[in-house]
Structures are given as structure tokens and as C-alpha cells.
Design a protein around this ligand. Structure first.
Ligand code: NCD
Ligand code: ZN
Ligand code: ZN
Ligand code: ZN
Length: 358
């Protein structure tokens, strides 16, 4: 019995590859290798680089330069909103996949506090370009209010709790232009895993109650896409008194979602919608963003997630020891086989930095 199926190269709309600025955690080569190992051929990289936030045209150019010649999958870049940089939007809008606005405390210090500044950012960013927000709990409600009054669309990153997904469902039902993503860690882990995971279970938004996780599954139809929020930190940074926020996820997302397919919680078509079609559409990456690009997965291959099989520089996973059903076999990027029998063959530079206006 063959259980090998061909799917499009997957798109991860939310990663932190840490390059430049924190390449001891991850860099463009290790991060894009991890992506390929997870069946992901296009990642959208967030602007909160520690020490090198992408909030100026110069910082954007520096990140592009750091990626060029080193990446093994395609990368799209986000620009960061800050209280004083709306005047630069015109220069950068065509070069990035969207603007990222941080409204709650997390890694880096890109948080925008003032309501007046938040409104100005929402008005200044081109209306047809995606605006992604890190908003948690009541901040989600604030953003929904602004969406209604300002009249522009917003994409909610890493929705993690029941009230958030229900508010977003109701906003959609009322016709507000909102979309959202959920991470595999919020679908598979809860605060009950914290005693076991310790610092390795610390991220923003935090792990929630089992009832929140269940509400995400119950509202799968409201979730536009799966995003890993791949946020690697070193083991030392996770072991201390104040663990850094974030977990890696590029290599575990597809097997975890294939496991949901195997258990009958999700159809394979819906997986492709959430991990390819919806991000391509919502981030305006084109109907066929990567020609001659596909992956092959073995739907019946059972294996156990273990750090020694992974490629991220950080060297750990919150899913260590978890049994999954579904494995990546092959990745073909623009006609070139870059993963064969699960082994990465790609040479640095086979990936490109995409410009969505192309
Ligand atoms: C992210 C990071 O480390 O860059 N951390 C996290 O816990 N998710 C930032 C973010 O996405 O909020
Ligand atoms: Zn965030
Ligand atoms: Zn993030
Ligand atoms: Zn089976």
C-alpha cells in the first residue's frame, strides 16, 4: 500500500530566523534548512530582530543582504511598525509582504503603546497590503474596534484562547476584514504541560487552558492558516530564571498537522488550504508563488519527534518524544530536488527573497 502523496510546497507566514542580530539562536541558512525539513518552501520572516529591528529602509536592506546567497527556501520579509516610522512606509511597501504591529509584550522592543500611534499606523500602511498584529486577549478586542472604525483589514497572529477565536468568528460573521492564524503549539500543548516543559513551554502568547485548546479545534473553520511562530532561543536562554519567549516549530508543524489528518480531525484538503492556499492568497503571493515546487509526504509513516533529527540551530523542541503519523519525504523547489528521502540536499542560495509585487 502506498501512502505517498504530493502536496504544494508549504508556506509558513510567521517565523523568526534571527538574522541579523541574534544568529547564535538561528540564522538564514539553519532556519531555512529547518523549513525545508518541515516541507516548507516559503517562510515570511518577522521584523523583531534583537538589536536589529527592521523598522527602517536601511535595516530592511541589511536583512535582505544577509539572506541573499544563504537561504535554501524562499523568504518574504515583514516590516516593523514603530511609533515614528510611518514616513518610511512608501519606500518599503513594495519590498515586503506586510507590516507587523506588536501590541503586547514579547521578544524585542517593538511594542507600540499609544492608541493615537496605533491608529496612525493603521491609516498610514497601504490599505491593500497585509497588516499583522500581535494582540492578546483584550488587545484583540481593541484591534477589532479599530478595524471597524478605521476601515482596514488586519491579520491576527497566533490566536490562542477561546474568547479570541470567538470574537474573530463573530467579527467575520459581521463582515469585518479580518483573518487569523493559529500555531501547532497552541493546538497541541496547554498550561498542563508546563511542569514538564518548564522554560521550553514559555512563549507569547502563553500556553492556555485545555478548554482554550479545545475551542481552537472546535473553531477550525475560523482559522485561516497554520503559522509556526518559529521563535528559536538557545537552551541556556530557556533554562534560566526568566526564560526567553518562544519555541521552534518549523520542523514539527507538518507532522503534527498530518497527525491530525490521520486522526480524522482535519481533512488533507483543509490542511493544504491552511498551510498553502490561504497564506498565498491572504499575503498576495500569487496563485502559484513557486513554479515546479511540491513536496511528497508519507501519510502512514509513524515516528517520534526527537531533537537529534532536527536542523534548527537551537537544538531542542517542545514536542520532544511526541509520536506523530506523517513524514516528509521529498521537496522539489523550482524543479530542483532539495530534500530526498528526508535528507536535505539544498545548497545555500537556492532560495530567493521574494517581492510580493513581482
Ligand atoms: C517571538 C520571538 O521570540 O521573536 N516569541 C514568542 O514567544 N512568540 C515573538 C512573538 O511572536 O511574539
Ligand atoms: Zn507575537
Ligand atoms: Zn512571532
Ligand atoms: Zn494509519
Amino acid at each position: 500500500m502506498t501512502s505517498l502523496v504530493r502536496l504544494p510546497g508549504l508556506i509558513d507566514p510567521h517565523v523568526h530566523l534571527r538574522d541579523p542580530g541574534a544568529t547564535h539562536k538561528e540564522d538564514f541558512l539553519t532556519g531555512t534548512r529547518a523549513a525545508l525539513a518541515g516541507g516548507i518552501t516559503l517562510v515570511l520572516d518577522m521584523p523583531n530582530n534583537p538589536g536589529a529591528p527592521v523598522i527602517s529602509p536601511e535595516a530592511l536592506a541589511a536583512k535582505e543582504a544577509a539572506a541573499r546567497g544563504r537561504i535554501v527556501c524562499d523568504v518574504g520579509l515583514f516590516y516593523g511598525a514603530s511609533a515614528g516610522n510611518t514616513g518610511t512606509y512608501e519606500q518599503v511597501a513594495d519590498k515586503v509582504v506586510g507590516l507587523k504591529l506588536y501590541l503586547d509584550h514579547t521578544t524585542g522592543d517593538l511594542k507600540v503603546e499609544e492608541l493615537e500611534a496605533i491608529r496612525e499606523i493603521m491609516l498610514a500602511w497601504p490599505r491593500e497590503k497585509p497588516l499583522c498584529v500581535h494582540a492578546e486577549d483584550r488587545t484583540v478586542a481593541m484591534v477589532l474596534g479599530l478595524v471597524a472604525s478605521v476601515g482596514r483589514g488586519v491579520h491576527f497572529c497566533h490566536v490562542s484562547e477561546q474568547v479570541e477565536i470567538e470574537l474573530i468568528r463573530e467579527a467575520k460573521e459581521r463582515g469585518l476584514p479580518v483573518t487569523c492564524e493559529v500555531t501547532p503549539h497552541h493546538l497541541y500543548l496547554t498550561e498542563e504541560d508546563l511542569p514538564r516543559l518548564q522554560g521550553y513551554g514559555v512563549m507569547r502568547p502563553p500556553l492556555k487552558r485545555a478548554s482554550d485548546r479545545d475551542a481552537l479545534w472546535a473553531n477550525l473553520g475560523v482559522i485561516d492558516m497554520i503559522a509556526t511562530d518559529h521563535a528559536p532561543h538557545t537552551i541556556e536562554e530557556k533554562r534560566g530564571e526568566k526564560p526567553a519567549f518562544g519555541v521552534p516549530g518549523l520542523e514539527t508543524s507538518l507532522p503534527l498537522m498530518l497527525t491530525a489528518v490521520h486522526r480524522g480531525r482535519l481533512s488533507l484538503d483543509r490542511l493544504v488550504e491552511m498551510m498553502y492556499s490561504a497564506p498565498a492568497r491572504i499575503f498576495r503571493l500569487g496563485t502559484k508563488p513557486q513554479p515546479e515546487t511540491y513536496i511528497e509526504v508519507d501519510l502512514e509513516h509513524r515516528w517520534t519527534i526527537a531533537t537529534e533529527r532536527l536542523h534548527s540551530k537551537c537544538g531542542w523542541t517542545p514536542f520532544e518524544g511526541m509520536g506523530v503519523t506523517g513524514a516528509l519525504e521529498t521537496v522539489v523547489l523550482r524543479g530542483q530536488t532539495v530534500v530526498e528521502n528526508g535528507e536535505i540536499k539544498a545548497e545555500p542560495g537556492v532560495g530567493i527573497v521574494i517581492a510580493p509585487s513581482d
